[in-house]
Design a protein around this ligand. Structure first.
Ligand code: DGL
Length: 271
C-alpha cells in the first residue's frame, strides 16, 4: 500500500486521455498531471530537446513525491523513457510497453497481424513502435504514418469540425488498402479523433487507445509492487501547466466532463 499520488505528464492536453482512463479505473488514486504547455509541441523537436524537457517534467513530479510516473506522451516515451530510467529511481511507465503487452496477449501468431501506427514526426522518426512490435510479436506487419497536424489541432479543440474530418481523411489514405487489423494511436492526443478515424477505416479495424492499455497494465503493476492506494477515499487530481495561455481548460473539461478542472489548475515554472 502506498498512498502517494501517481504522476502523469505530457506536452499538453493529450495526456489527459491517459489520465481519464487511469481515473476511471483507479478512483482511489490521487493523480498529479503536468502539461508542459509552454513547450508544446514536442512532436517536431529533436531527441536531445525531448530528453531535456522530459527530464524536467519527471523531476517536477518527483518533487511532488509521486510513487510512479506515467509518461502520457508518445513522443517522450519513444525518445526519453530509457534516459529517464537511468536518471531517476522512481518507477516510470511509458505508453509503448503496456500497449505491446496487450497486443501480444490478443494476437494469434499463426496468422499475420497487420498493424498501423500513427504518431508525431518525432515518434515515427524514432521507429520505436515498429522495433518493439517486430521484437515482441510474431508474424506482424507494421505500417507507420506521421500525422503532425493532429496534436496542434487537438490543443485547439478542433477534433470534430470539418478541418478535422479533412485531415483524418488525408492521413488515413495510405491505410485504406492495407487490410489493417489494428491501428495504434501512438500519440496521446489522437483518441480525441477516435470516431473520425473509425469512420474512415471501418469497424473491422481495432483502434488502440494507449491510455486503456496503460490502465490494464497498472492494474497488475500496482498490485504486484504492492503500491496501490487501498484507502477508501475519492482520489484527487491536481493539474499543473507550464503556461496557461492555451485551450487546455476547455478541451480537458470537455474530455473529463468535469467543470472543476479550472479550479484545480496551477501554473508552474519547471525551468
Ligand atoms: N501527446 C504527445 C504524444 O503522445 C505529444 C504531441 C506533441 O507535443 O507534439 O506524442
Amino acid at each position: 500500500m502506498d498512498k502517494r499520488p501517481i504522476g502523469i505528464f505530457d506536452s499538453g492536453v493529450g495526456g489527459m486521455t491517459v489520465l481519464a482512463e487511469i481515473k476511471k479505473r483507479f478512483p482511489n488514486e490521487d493523480l498529479i498531471y503536468l502539461g508542459d504547455t509552454k513547450n508544446f509541441p514536442y512532436g517536431d523537436k529533436s531527441r536531445e530537446t525531448i530528453i531535456k524537457l522530459a527530464t524536467k517534467c519527471a523531476g517536477f513530479l518527483i518533487s511532488q513525491d509521486v510513487k510512479l510516473i506515467v509518461i502520457a506522451c508518445g513522443t517522450a516515451t519513444s525518445q526519453a523513457l530509457e534516459e529517464l530510467k537511468k536518471i531517476y529511481k522512481v518507477p516510470i511507465v511509458g505508453i509503448i510497453t503496456p500497449t505491446i503487452i496487450n497486443i501480444k496477449r490478443n494476437t494469434n501468431p499463426s496468422k499475420e497481424t497487420r498493424v498501423g501506427v500513427i504518431a508525431t514526426e518525432g515518434t515515427i522518426r524514432s521507429n520505436k513502435w515498429e522495433e518493439e512490435l517486430l521484437q515482441e510479436i510474431e508474424n506482424v506487419k507494421v505500417f507507420n504514418k506521421a500525422c503532425p497536424l493532429l496534436a496542434p489541432m487537438a490543443e485547439q479543440g478542433w477534433t470534430t469540425n470539418n478541418v478535422a474530418k479533412e485531415a483524418i481523411k488525408e492521413y488515413m489514405k495510405p491505410f485504406i488498402d492495407k487490410k489493417l487489423d489494428k491501428i495504434i494511436l501512438g500519440c496521446t492526443h489522437y483518441p480525441l479523433f477516435k470516431e473520425l478515424i473509425q469512420k474512415e477505416l471501418g469497424n473491422d479495424v481495432e483502434i488502440i487507445n494507449t491510455g486503456e492499455k496503460i490502465a490494464d497494465y497498472l492494474e497488475e503493476y500496482l498490485v504486484n509492487e504492492d503500491i496501490e492506494n487501498s484507502k477508501n477515499h475519492d482520489g484527487e487530481c491536481s493539474y499543473y501547466l507550464t503556461d496557461t495561455e492555451c485551450n487546455f481548460i476547455q478541451v480537458a473539461s470537455r474530455l473529463l466532463q468535469d467543470k472543476e478542472i479550472r479550479n484545480n489548475i496551477q501554473k508552474m515554472n519547471i525551468e
